[in-house]
Design a protein around this ligand. Structure first.
Ligand SMILES: *Cc1c(COP(=O)(O)O)cnc(C)c1O
Length: 419
């Protein structure tokens, strides 16, 4: 009996498209989506108990692998204390302290429940702090689903975007300026044109939502100097990159110090979280000290905070951990590329540290590779635009299995090309 299929049919009856987030539908890859029951380390299991090697890792959150014993132990120990009171708790203070120590520019932090909320909070704060309305975002970057960030680049040189989703009024995005990533000239033009109107530039230091886009240090530095010159804030969206490449923020590695940093994913130890932080001077504009309102029933939830704290403690004490998964990712990507090439398959791989994305010549080719990989028990991100990740639970043998499976599929694709 195919339990997963049965469940998905039921899911479709009650959940829109059978999912709570569009990418989970596997619409891009084609075919039925995965419904996962459990996970352990680098592996996840569906409702038929089929095993998959997981490169999605809860969209990057599960950097320790699934069900890490130390994280689970901590949560279990604390569960009996209650699930939340809507007041400040010790774990929340300790997680704030841990993050502030790892990311020195963060003197004060505010916890929320998702990355989307973190970015919304940071932008409201930046607007209040600067007394300006406009923000700049880069084309193809993703910063959550706030109305005014669901913007596509307009045509030609227009920096005024168009709504990227139905239900977003044009009026709501009129303060969002969209610039191509890496285009210094376009950025400078926008700054010159809007001079004293730009509250902030919102930036992912390493792009992870339109395939992996390795950082361009020169460009990042230029963004930093332009924001300084025009007295705008620089907000780094490190919801994926924070604690992904090192114990701290990625922006530091590129020599830029933003004004505000948004965090999420990894810092919740697998549970829902978001956070934004920066200097006390800026952050103290939030209520109750300042005039910027932002509140939440579940923010700083003690169970989430305990999970995040447990995860960060493990990450902090890894000796060569980050370097190991970086090397492993490089090994995987180089060999995948070589195997694809040997079979005449046109595969573009972008990677940065422990993050990579796979791009084929067409969506059709992607699913010709994707579906059989899934059948062989390898769970890659179901779209070329989503990033894949390695966790500390991934081993060389896991990666070798992935390569072995991929080679077989490339060979089959090659035969098909020959026909
Ligand atoms: C995941 C993500 C978000 C949104 O976070 P949610 O928790 O899904 O709301 C924002 N920005 C980036 C860069 C992300 O990767």
């Amino acid at each position: 009996m195919d339990k997963t299929k049965e469940l998905f049919n039921l899911a479709r009856r009650y959940l829109v498209g059978g999912v709570d987030s569009p990418v989970r539908s596997f619409k891009y890859a084609g075919g039925r989506p995965l419904l996962l029951k459990s996970g352990r380390g680098a592996k996840v299991f569906d409702y038929n108990n089929k095993e998959y090697l997981d490169y999605v890792l809860s969209w990057g959150a599960a950097i320790l692998g699934h069900a890490h014993p130390a994280v689970l132990k901590t949560i279990k120990q604390k569960l009996g204390l209650g699930l939340g009171f809507g007041t400040t708790n010790q774990a929340e203070i300790e997680l704030a302290q841990e993050i502030a120590r790892a990311i020195p520019l963060i003197e004060k932090i505010r916890f929320v429940n998702s990355g989307t909320e973190a970015v919304m909070g940071a932008i409201r704060l930046a607007r209040a702090y600067t007394g300006r309305d406009k923000i700049i975002k880069f084309a193809d970057s993703y910063h959550g689903h706030a109305d005014y960030l669901l913007v596509k680049a307009g045509s030609g040189l227009a920096t005024l975007g168009i709504p990227a989703s139905a239900g977003v009024p044009k009026d709501f995005i009129k303060h969002t300026l969209v610039v191509p990533f890496g285009d210094e000239e376009a950025l400078e033009k926008v700054f010159k044109k809007y001079k004293n109107e730009i509250a902030a530039v919102l930036l992912e230091p390493v792009g992870a939502n339109y395939g992996v886009l390795p950082a361009d240090t020169g460009f990042l530095k230029r963004v930093r100097s332009l924001t300084r010159k025009y007295n705008s804030l620089l907000i780094c969206d490190e919801i994926i990159t924070g604690f992904r490449f090192r114990f701290g923020a990625a922006s530091h590695d590129f020599g830029i110090i933003p004004d505000l940093i948004c965090l999420g994913k990894i810092i919740g130890g697998g549970l829902p979280i978001g956070a934004y932080g920066g200097s006390a001077k800026i952050m103290n504009n939030l209520a109750p000290l300042g005039k910027v309102y932002q509140a939440s029933t579940f923010a700083g939830n003690p169970v989430v905070m305990q999970a995040g704290l447990a995860a960060l403690k493990i990450l902090k004490n890894l000796s060569d951990g980050y370097l190991r998964i970086k090397d492993l990712t490089e090994y995987l990507c180089a060999n995948l590329k070589e195997a694809a090439l040997a079979s005449g398959v046109d595969l573009e791989i972008n990677y940065y540290e422990s993050m990579f994305s796979l791009k084929f010549k067409s969506r059709f080719e992607f699913s010709k590779f994707y579906r059989p990989m899934l059948d062989k028990g390898v769970f890659f991100a179901p779209s070329e635009f989503e990033a894949n990740f390695l966790s500390f639970a991934h081993t060389k043998s896991d990666v070798d299995k992935t390569l072995y499976a991929a080679k077989e599929i490339f060979k089959k694709l090659e035969k098909r090309l020959d026909k």
